[in-house]
Design a protein around this ligand. Sequence first.
Ligand SMILES: C[S@@+](CC[C@H](N)C(=O)[O-])C[C@H]1O[C@@H](n2cnc3c(N)ncnc32)[C@H](O)[C@@H]1O
Length: 251
Amino acid sequence: MSAGAAKRSLLYKALVYAATSLDNRTGLVSLLSLPLAAHRLRGIGSVEEAISFLFSDSIIAKLIEPMQIREEIEALARLVADTRPRVVVEIGTARGGTLFIWTRAAAPDATIVSIDLPGGLFGGGYPRLKAPLYRRLALPGQELHLLRGDSHSIETLQRLKEILQGRKIDFLFIDGDHRYEGVKRDYELYSPLVREGGIIAFHDIVPGPPEMVGGVPRFWRELKQRLPRGKYLEIVRDWGQGGYGIGVVFK
Ligand SMILES: C[S@@+](CC[C@H](N)C(=O)[O-])C[C@H]1O[C@@H](n2cnc3c(N)ncnc32)[C@H](O)[C@@H]1O
């Protein structure tokens, strides 16, 4: 790379960094770039394309960057896409990266619900101004609901039940409050809504910094001990990586 090109690339990276930092606090950049983002995202039809885009240098991708290891989320997304879920529930929207992946893995007429608590632990939620961008993540025939509230509250559970109208969840992704009691409560409250044969996945099952993984590794260890072989799967790039890793339960 020439010195000029290297300088331009460094400048671009600095600009993207500044824009995304501002956006994580205000959502303003997401709102201003909405027409451009909507146009770019509309052209992405498959899970594979979605993941390549999310892990690229595009500024739109940075606005919705997932907090994931590419190989791990790719393996989970492929597994989920094979089942073409019609009802998807995610706890932990954050920057919207995993939400975008679920829209492309789900059926074209799926109902997708993503729950996040403004200012919540382990990511901080997202500013209200980002919601229009997240709504644009859905495919035209899909219904996407953003619930801004505490996943542990009965009110949030009730709002979800009203949306589902008796339908069961095909795929549940638990990536919200990572404290031991937090992930346990999410599992206890939401797993009964998952259909027999449905999929439940947890993020951050690999031991790592407590501020990152909380009590998820302990919760996962205890849960898998109670499950028969073949009823769970671990998607982990490296058990020494410190955090990340995905645990999957086949209900
Ligand atoms: C690790 S982030 C989610 C990352 C996202 N799934 C991804 O991979 O891009 C965790 C999110 O959970 C949210 N959260 C924490 N506690 C919560 C709670 N009790 N109810 C709902 N959301 C919660 C945080 O606000 C944060 O945005």
